[in-house]
Design a protein around this ligand. Structure first.
Ligand code: PEP
Ligand code: MN
Length: 450
């Protein structure tokens, strides 16, 4: 972190995807209130994640990051939160067991409200209206599209309530490995997935029994009873992020540093990573580990420049590079990126997001979808390219949900194009459903072995 940085410096830089409000005095009142609200995450949790991501960057563990494209305030409710934590825990169990590697878990959750849009306006019934920018800006309902600053406070309180319930669940034994069978496989149609998952659970239960027999597990070993679980979101609304950026003493270095206390991990997207732009300026000053989306339009030298800006000390694992090229483009772009980064001496966490380069329009001509087969192809190619380049893929990033939605085509339940309308829920990008998420975890465990 540069010592002369302040959380407001980004205001001197050009900004994209900015939200224009009608009443600036109202925005200022909201930001003042946000500045007084307590941190949602602590400096020690952030430092702990930084340490864990260093291990991921060194290939000693694997990062699983996933959740909604656009989280809604309505998802802040018992069932959707439990479903999402459950699917992420089950995926991480499959990965830990199958790939024999520790897993770092980061949810796209408790703050993933703001969405960048290709077009700030859209047509509705012949009239031009604001596009939906996420629940912390405006409402999905076409009559509620005017940006409302009160929604920033809504974002804080819904994030805090979500995180509170996640912490409660984990503290109450939701992730207890002694009882993974209680994470039953609801809605799974495929016998193969059921069999594979149940076989892991049986083997795991046998191993725990054995450990108990020899006295190695007395039933209250912390690592078995609960897990570290982190949250993340895209750092898009910089006024909001700045209000939650606080000077705290780092438990690691004992120095005062700027922490974003609204989330453990933040990333900048494909549309906001301009080297001289406001978002990069904000990101370079915070202690939190950060992510940068990398797409086909990322020039390798520019990527190195970005890494130098946000991580001048080349701290291992401080930056996660989330590649999202699209299945067809991985082979063309990824080797150049790996080579440029290697030469620069930076050691990032290399993560594959096989979702955002593979979005298609369904045959009805309106619904956005993604084909499971493209997602798998991008993942397997990314694993292979890293291997060919003597590098290693350190993690994955998915848009997923714990519910049985019908938004992506394919997977072991073989969703077809004309099944999409059965339970199409997303207000933004299509997500893997519960079963497709488990499918993908089994496949990753297999790729990882090879
Ligand atoms: C996202 O992660 O939802 C997103 C908008 O991704 P990207 O910036 O990679 O397009
Ligand atoms: Mn998305």
């Amino acid at each position: 972190m540069s010592t002369d940085w302040t959380p407001q410096d980004w205001k001197q830089k050009p900004i994209v995807q900015d939200v224009v409000y009608e009443d600036q005095a109202h925005v200022d009142r909201v930001l003042n209130k946000l500045q007084r609200l307590p941190p949602m995450v602590s400096a020690s949790e952030v430092d702990n994640l930084r340490k864990q991501l260093k291990d991921a960057a060194l290939g000693k563990s694997f990062l699983l990051q996933g959740g909604d494209c656009a989280e809604l305030f309505d998802y802040c409710s018992q069932d959707p939160i439990e479903a999402k934590i459950k699917v992420l825990l089950q995926m991480s169990l499959v990965l830990t067991w199958g790939a024999r590697t520790p897993v770092v878990r980061i949810a796209r959750m408790a703050g993933q409200y703001a969405k960048p849009r290709s077009n700030p306006m859209e047509m509705h019934e012949g009239k031009e209206i604001h596009s939906f920018r996420g629940d912390n800006v405006n409402g999905f309902d076409p009559s509620d599209r005017k940006p409302d600053p009160e929604r920033l406070l809504g974002a804080y309180f819904h994030s805090a309530a979500t995180l509170n319930y996640v912490r409660t669940l984990l503290d109450s034994g939701f992730a207890d490995l002694h009882e993974p069978s209680k994470w039953n496989l609801s809605h799974v149609r495929s016998d193969n997935v059921k069999r594979e998952y149940e076989s892991i659970v049986t083997q795991l239960t046998d191993s725990l029994d054995f450990m108990r027999t020899i006295g190695a597990d007395n039933g209250n070993t912390n690592a078995l009873q609960s897990v570290d679980f982190f949250v993340s979101h895209e750092a898009l609304l910089l006024d909001y992020e700045t209000s939650l950026t606080r000077l705290l003493v780092s438990p690691t270095t004992k120095e005062k540093k700027w922490y974003n206390t609204g989330s453990h991990f933040l990333w900048i997207g494909d549309r906001t990573r301009q080297p001289d732009g406001a978002h990069v300026e904000y990101m370079r000053g915070i202690e939190n580990p950060i992510g940068i989306k990398v797409g086909p339009s990322t020039v390798p030298e520019q990527l190195v420049g970005l890494l130098d800006t946000v991580n001048p000390n080349k701290e291992i694992g401080k930056v996660t590079l989330i590649t999202r090229f699209g299945a067809e483009k991985v082979e063309k772009h990824l080797p150049q990126h790996i080579e440029a980064v290697r030469k620069s001496g930076h050691i990032p966490v290399w993560v594959c997001d096989p979702m955002h380069g593979n979005t298609k329009t369904a045959s009805d001509g309106t619904l956005k979808t993604r084909h499971f087969i493209d997602i798998i192809q991008e993942l397997s190619q990314t694993f292979r390219v890293h291997k060919d380049c003597k590098s290693k893929l350190n993690g994955v990033h998915f848009e997923l949900t714990g519910d049985s939605v019908t938004e992506c085509i394919g997977g072991s339940m073989d969703l077809r194009d004309d099944d999409l309308s059965t339970n199409y829920q997303t207000h933004c990008d299509p997500r893997l459903n519960y079963e497709q998420s488990l499918d993908v975890a089994f496949l990753i465990a297999k790729y990882y072995e090879n």
